[in-house]
Design a protein. Sequence first.
Length: 137
Amino acid sequence: MSFLAVYREAFETVLFYEALAVQAGPGGGVPLLAGLAAEAGALLVLGWLIVRGSVRLPFGLFFGASAALLALLSVILAGKGVAALQAAGWIAVHEVHFPSLPLLGLYPNLQSLLLQAALVVVIACGFAYAHRAEGAA
């Protein structure tokens, strides 16, 4: 099971970098490689810091912050995904009066806003359940 989990993550990473390479085009090789090198360096530093400071690392705070970050990213990526499907013509666009903040995945259309609102409710319920279960333990 561990092998499948690691293999899946590696496969997703390869697909992600392949998509980046296609989007970068023929002239984007150097910036792409520079980004990969910066990422590798950041991972090495972060790994070293975690190993060195693992005795003092507050794991509850660390995993809570990473869970909040992943929750935020899921809402942002859901909005961007709906916008991409709408741009491709796969989903209809029902405009609403709402500010557009593409950096945060917020677009003024009913489909993306409803999906993002549903995700926020599910995430809030999950966090509330986890907090209640932690208090009961």
